[in-house]
Ligand binder design. Sequence first.
Ligand SMILES: O=c1ccc(O)c[nH]1
Length: 349
Amino acid sequence: MPVSDHQLYDAWLQVLSLSELQAGQTVTILTSSNTHPQTLAMASLAAQAKGAIVNRLDLPPVNGEKSLTRDLLSYFGTTPLTGNKAALAMLKASDLVLDLMVLLFSKEQHEILAGGTKILLAVEPPEVLVRMVPTTEDRVRVLKASARLRAAKEMHVTSKAGTDVRFALGDFPILEEYGFVDKPGRWDHWPSGFLATWSNEGTAQGKIVLDRGDILLPQKSYVTEPVTLSVENGYVTKIEGALDAELLSEYMASFNDPESYAISHIGWGLQERAHWSVLSLYDREATTGMDGRAFAGNFLWSMGPNNEAGGKRECACHIDIPMRNCSVALDGELMVQDGKVLPVGGGKA
Ligand SMILES: O=c1ccc(O)c[nH]1
């Protein structure tokens, strides 16, 4: 249900303070036809209250005629910034970009970050933003887990449903999502509260079995019968199961791109204020499914682009799959056991 302007304004003030926005700095609010009016209005008011110079850059949507879904986090490659020198110049000249449009997985995003500009993505509904307004505790929790992941050479994920998959680690950076941008050149997503990395190219091996209730994004569905995905040399080579498997397979095949099946980011959820069940309570198009990506104890893995991590793969198809009841071990040390987050350093596999 809705939140008041005052609640959302306060949440924006908190996020901008955590993002260390200084008076006199330049903020550009990036919008498109999907931007929520209350989010835009309160972001602008809060940034002005912080004494920033506030601009708005509104860009027309793209890819609508190519994508089979309206989900904002499903179809990548070109963005409204592609070839748009004037818009890129404005964003690169800004200290902070509030992305209410979605630039994720785009080379333009990297170009903007490279110059020290911060980018904060915020496209979930206002009540979800307020429910998961970021805190310094979120950052502490994510950074503590991130230090452990950074040191790891292998991630081994298992589940009673039959998942048994290994990923070699070390070639890619850690994706630390705690919901605010406290350093120059940082990107983050509000709401979040999870971490990930990318497996070394070509190393993912094994089997991932989606059990009843595991989530497919952008499908925004809970699988009802097991889906078995074979993983060989860094790619999903087979998708077996009933209707869920067929729907996922046909959607991915529509991109006609073998790179869509590459394993992308892998990690786990740490956000106690995110809930697995939320997706069942919203219309499919009402959210991008961040509760699913962030709920504490999930194993979140994905297929598709890895340019986010400096990789070469910019494919358009992006699938995120948060799973319940998995055990995630780093070099034999359990981080998550049967879907429950262990204190870092808390359990031997
Ligand atoms: O915040 C996000 C959202 C989607 C994704 O794939 C990664 N991080």
